[in-house]
Design a binder for this molecule. Structure first.
Ligand code: PGA
Length: 241
């Protein structure tokens, strides 16, 4: 794993955007794996700026998102479909048909998983953006998930629902299930870019770097991937030497 320590969140977002701009410049039809959550918002803002400056175009880009809450429609303000539109897609020239996110409604969850997993089989993701949960989750792959897992319906860990309740009016409204790319799907990306910001992520980063590879800490699987870049701000890096 290549580890970059940025001064602050701005620099972290800038470094991440430069990696993606570099990829798109080299490969205008690149396939990006994208993530939701607070961490990549700064990255998406930088990409929007670069698009406005005509440094890059998303016209030929395809995207695949990691996950979606089960039971939330694409119009629900807490759905990841909505998040991606507001944070990135509405502001750039990506074609709607090039956007792929697991559906959260419309069929039984197992059917939705199978449908997304089929798409991922031929996706050939060039670069997957990841955040990391305090418990080491990547996507919604919670501790204990098999490294061989493909897209599946996950029951969200209590701590994940707790961490995400800030976006809902009460904990009861936080969905209990999500559809997520499995660890196996994530590991198929050619490159991985993991971002972590803030002191609350410092213990997870410490465990990622110094801990063993174990299904109890899903992000540790990334040590088996040949091309991972981790970008941290100083706070997230505060427990590593
Ligand atoms: P965050 O979420 O970016 O909102 O911290 C990351 C995650 O839980 O994967």
């Amino acid at each position: 794993m290549r580890i970059i320590i940025a001064q602050d969140y701005q620099e972290l977002s800038d470094r991440a955007s430069r990696i993606i701009v570099g990829l798109i410049t080299e490969k205008p039809d690149a396939v990006l794996g994208l993530a939701t959550g607070s961490t990549p918002i700064g990255l998406y803002q930088k990409l929007i700026e670069k698009y406005r400056e005509k440094v890059l175009s998303f016209e030929k880009i395809k995207t695949f998102n990691l996950d979606e809450y089960y039971g939330l429609s694409p119009e629900h303000p807490q759905s990841y479909h909505y998040f991606m539109r507001k944070q990135l897609f509405d502001h750039v020239d990506i074609k709607p048909e090039s956007i792929n996110i697991p559906r959260g409604v419309g069929a039984e969850p197992e059917v939705l998983c199978q449908e997304y997993n089929e798409k991922l089989k031929t996706a050939n993701i060039d670069l997957q953006v990841l955040g990391i949960g305090n418990n080491g989750h990547i996507g919604f792959n919670e501790p204990g998930t098999s490294f061989n897992q493909e897209t599946f319906v996950v029951e969200l860990a209590a701590e994940t629902r707790e961490a995400n309740k800030r976006f809902f009016s009460s904990i009861d409204e936080v969905p209990r299930h999500a559809i997520t790319m499995g660890i196996k799907n994530i590991m198929e990306a050619k490159k991985i870019l993991l971002l972590a910001s803030g002191v609350s992520k410092a213990p997870a980063i410490k465990r990622l770097i110094y801990g063993p590879i174990s299904e109890e800490f899903p992000a540790s699987v990334l040590k088996n991937h040949p091309d991972v870049t981790v970008i941290l701000d100083r706070e997230a890096a505060s427990m590593i030497k």
